[in-house]
Design a protein around this ligand. Structure first.
Ligand code: PGA
Length: 258
């Protein structure tokens, strides 16, 4: 089974309701009739802040655009001020959720263990999870990239069955490439993606998991470098920050993926 390319926009803490509506309108107006073709070849997702999820879902109705959240709590409800649960997300109509983004690990104390708990909550609530992994610049310079990635993947996927893996996407995002303009080379990215796929082969008896799990690249993906990255055999899409905030750039990446 060929893995379908997934182009996912992570809007982070950007854009008001009026701005997201405008962005979706711009995408619809400028996609040049590509919307129908997109649905066949590429899956396209945007992940806005919680406050604009409903507006984006309404604006995206009737298009192939899917909508996801940027975080999820592991409990269904309770005394967790400021958190949002899987059942609450599900109620908004989102289909996906990003888990363990490096900004959450860096600024909000996210750990491999909480990533695993959030992943279980996402799957329990019928959401497709995009689980982020990636090494820091220091870790890369120390030559421990693979060890870090292996630890992140093993703990994140602990207790997740091969069947559940159908709803898990991994995103390799080298921390040193996020928002810095410094993109991993095609070869650097491919090497880590191949390593992750081989690791999935070790973790799951069924080879279907390694074969079918999509592994996205994230970190300064732009119209100019997307085609090269997406041409790599183990890169199955992109998780895009900055370039997803401009309709023209995001559409150019979608077209590169097609
Ligand atoms: P960037 O962000 O494309 O702006 O580097 C990617 C991400 O953080 O998901």
């Amino acid at each position: 089974m060929a893995r379908k390319i997934l182009i996912a926009g992570n809007w982070k803490m950007n854009k008001t309701g009026a701005e997201v509506a405008q962005l979706i309108k711009d995408m619809k107006a400028n996609c040049g009739g590509c919307c129908c073709a997109v649905a066949d070849k590429v899956e396209v997702l945007v992940c806005p802040p919680f406050t604009t999820l409903s507006a984006v879902i309404a604006e995206a109705a009737g298009t192939p655009l899917e909508v996801g959240a940027q975080n999820i709590h592991w409990e269904d409800n309770g005394a967790f001020t400021g958190e949002i649960s899987g059942s609450m997300l599900k109620e908004t109509g989102v289909t996906h959720v990003i888990i363990g983004h490096s900004e959450r690990r860096q600024y909000f104390g996210e750990t491999d263990e909480t990533v695993n708990k959030r992943l279980k909550a996402a799957l329990k609530n019928g959401l497709t999870a995009i689980v982020c992994i990636g090494e820091t610049l220091q870790e890369r310079q120390l030559g421990v990239t693979e060890a870090i990635i292996e630890r992140q993947v093993r703990i994140a996927l602990s207790g997740i069955t091969a069947e559940q893996m159908k709803n898990v996407v991994l995103a390799y995002e080298p921390v040193w490439a996020i928002g810095t303009g410094e993109v991993a080379t095609n070869e650097q990215a491919q090497a880590v993606h191949a390593f992750v796929r081989a690791l999935l082969g070790k973790l799951y008896a069924c080879p279907c998991v390694a074969e079918n799990t999509r592994i996205l690249y994230g970190g300064s993906m732009k119209p100019g470098n997307a085609a090269g990255l997406l041409a790599q055999p183990d890169i199955d899409g992109g998780l895009i920050g900055g370039a997803a905030l401009k309709a023209a750039d995001f559409l150019a990446i979608i077209k590169a993926a097609m």
